[in-house]
Design a binder for this molecule. Structure first.
Ligand code: 1PR
Length: 592
């Protein structure tokens, strides 16, 4: 159950205590924090909204949610609740017809979703509901299903309400697929729910998209450019659908949901504004390495080259704060994503590590940007002989509020096996999880260590000339992958691993570097350039950030899609907002 009981060691709020863990945050004056405070009050709209008296408070405070059980819609639920609404789940087709307002957060694959809708006899009722112009909001796949068909594992027939075919992004033009990240929209029509957002960014994560055409023009309320103009939202009367994720788009996304949920609020009609096309913004990610310290408390820690212990007599695990509090703070500070890495997951079974699941549950109640969790994702047999597949482990993480899971050690073994046999067995955690939850939900975290060479031909792995020579003047290096938190080197390089995991279904790469971790001397530009040029999935540059300039350097010199840092944020040396302001000044698009 969501409101699980808690060990006091985790010091996380009890269910229903709203945002009390963040009460200690001294961010007064922050717009977002004000919003969070407001949002904890039921049915209390934001400033500038006035709700006219409604006939029935009960009816007006319920959102009907069409969750056909294909994946995790926890974040949508949390966002709806944070806006003061209760949720009624659709159980039967009649529930759709009786809905006062219906939200359809499509998840999973197009064909599977249509299959469920047809089998449960909901497809026809849903069409009738929409054709009657009843309040509807489709999200992501919930937009795509309105079209005639999709090419995803198809062609597959859709609901056929909007003319057009949903197709895959073309990665041959250099744009990375999936499209993951923050873009601003071109609002083309009076969209009502988008009235407040101006040129602010919203969060997308998808590989398929619907394209504008003369036939569907009258539906389109906004488009977005990602190598090509695709449909970002549609609107006809009370029917809305968005390709992006409002529930993951921070306060902008919540304001979009609020507009939908409070249709009676006064809106100052503004003419649609034509804006310069936005590029995909570079993301700034805050990473929380989490583990239990020697007293049994779950803490955020941070290592130097992966050594997380203080160099004192006590040799304690460094304690930089509480996971839920810090994640909440980084959300308010403007982090585009928050990552939790359960760094002892390789030796402790994560499903036995309930505090980590609880951290996710509580964080996802109030943090409305994507959450990634990693550590210990692998097949496991517990002491009593019960076998858990990696898919079960990942599913539990998703159910607890993760949007993506990150796989470290197990991806190394899978890549080694794949390179040895040349066969995709379909059995690895990576393959199984990406098949069920989609590539975009699976990140592979690489923990490489630099191995210097005098001659690049000394190894069979990809070696490159490095800008800073090794201790004996070596001009080359290869990047050896490690497992178990850097404890064991493996016979595979980061380059070979990255290419293999892309083929096995990874949607993104989190590229650490043990040599740079915690050093504050900058990212390993050679490594990040090597990997981000080798794959066509997004690469997150990690390890070594010490100044704002390190972020502009990595974005200007490599094709990294995101920059991740830990130590400088935990020690409050560099605020996330300063990183973003610096990037903007340098001409690099970021979400503000
Ligand atoms: O192998 O699937 O169980 O996953 C374990 C995960 O835990 C991996 O993602 C691995 O990177 C991570 N991990 C394991 N041990 C450590 C450790 O530090 N002892 N943390 C560890 C790795 C690296 C980054 C760090 C950046 C930025 N941490 O996440 O946050 O280097 O730090 P900085 O900005 O301070 O330089 P599995």
């Amino acid at each position: 159950m969501e409101a699980a009981t808690f060990t006091s060691a985790t010091q996380i709020p009890t269910a229903g205590s709203s945002y009390s863990t963040l009460s200690s945050l001294k961010a007064s004056g922050s717009h977002s924090l004000q919003f969070l405070r407001r949002s904890s009050h039921k049915l209390k709209p934001s400033k500038g909204f006035s709700i006219r008296a409604s006939s029935s408070v009960d009816d007006d405070s319920v959102v009907t949610l069409l969750d056909y059980g294909a994946g995790n819609v926890r974040s949508v639920r949390n966002a709806i609740r944070s806006l003061g609404f209760d949720i009624k789940d659709v159980q039967t087709p009649e529930d759709i017809m009786n809905a006062k307002r219906l939200i359809f957060p499509g998840v999973g694959a197009f064909a599977a979703a249509m299959d469920v809708l047809n089998k449960k006899e909901m497809a026809e009722v849903l069409c009738a509901y929409i054709e009657k112009d009843r309040p509807f909001l489709g999200i992501c796949l919930g937009l795509q299903l309105l079209f005639e068909s999709s090419e995803e594992n198809g062609p597959v027939k859709g609901l056929g309400l909007i003319p057009g075919v949903v197709g895959r992004f073309d990665s041959s033009n250099g744009f990375r697929v999936p499209h993951i990240g923050w873009n601003a929209l071109q609002i083309t029509e009076d969209s009502q729910i988008l009235d407040d957002i101006g040129s602010r960014h919203v969060y997308f994560v998808h590989s398929y998209r619907a394209m504008p055409s003369d036939d569907n023009r009258e539906w389109i309320s906004s488009t977005c450019n990602y190598g090509e103009n695709f449909i970002a939202s549609v609107r006809r009367g009370n029917v809305h659908a968005v390709q992006f994720h409002p529930e993951k788009s921070g306060d902008v996304g919540l304001s979009i949901l609020r507009r939908f949920l409070y249709p009676k609020c006064e809106i100052t009609k503004k003419p649609p504004v034509q804006r310069k096309a936005s590029k995909l913004a570079k993301r700034v990610i805050a990473c929380l390495d989490v583990r239990t310290n020697d007293k049994g408390d779950l803490v955020v820690t941070k290592g130097d080259q992966y050594d997380v212990r203080e160099h004192t007599k006590e040799n304690e695990v460094r304690n930089l704060g509480k996971p839920v509090d810090l994640a909440g703070q980084y959300y308010l500070d403007g982090a585009d994503e928050v990552s939790f890495l359960n760094i002892t997951g390789f030796r402790d079974f994560p499903l036995g590590d309930l505090p980590m699941l609880q951290v996710l549950r509580y964080t996802s109640e109030n943090v409305f940007v994507p959450l990634t969790v990693g550590g210990g994702i692998r097949d496991f047999t517990d002491g009593s002989g019960r076998y858990y597949s990696s898919l079960e482990v990942a599913s539990e993480y998703f159910r607890s509020g993760a949007d993506k899971v990150s796989i470290g050690s197990d991806a190394v073994y899978a890549a080694e096996e794949y390179l040895k046999t040349g066969v995709r067995s379909g059995k690895s955690s990576l393959e199984q999880i990406s098949k069920v939850y989609g590539n975009q939900a699976v990140v592979v975290s690489i923990d490489p260590r630099r191995v210097y060479l005098k001659d690049p031909n000394d190894v069979v792995f990809k070696a490159i000339r490095v800008r800073n020579p090794g201790p004996n003047g070596e001009e080359y290096a290869w990047y050896q992958c490690t497992v178990n938190g850097g404890r064991e080197g493996r016979p595979i390089g980061a380059y070979e691993l990255a290419k293999a995991v892309e083929e096995l279904g990874a949607g993104e790469i989190l590229l650490n570097c043990i040599d740079c971790d915690g050093q504050g001397k900058g990212f390993d530009i050679d490594l990040i350039k090597l990997i981000s040029d080798a794959v066509s999935i997004p690469v997150i540059a990690s390890s070594g950030a010490g100044t704002v300039e390190h972020f502009s350097e990595v974005f200007l010199e490599t094709n990294a899609s995101a920059g991740l840092a830990a130590g400088i944020f935990h020690r409050k040396e560099v605020p996330i907002q300063s990183v973003k302001e610096h990037l903007l000044k340098t001409g690099i698009e970021v979400r503000m």
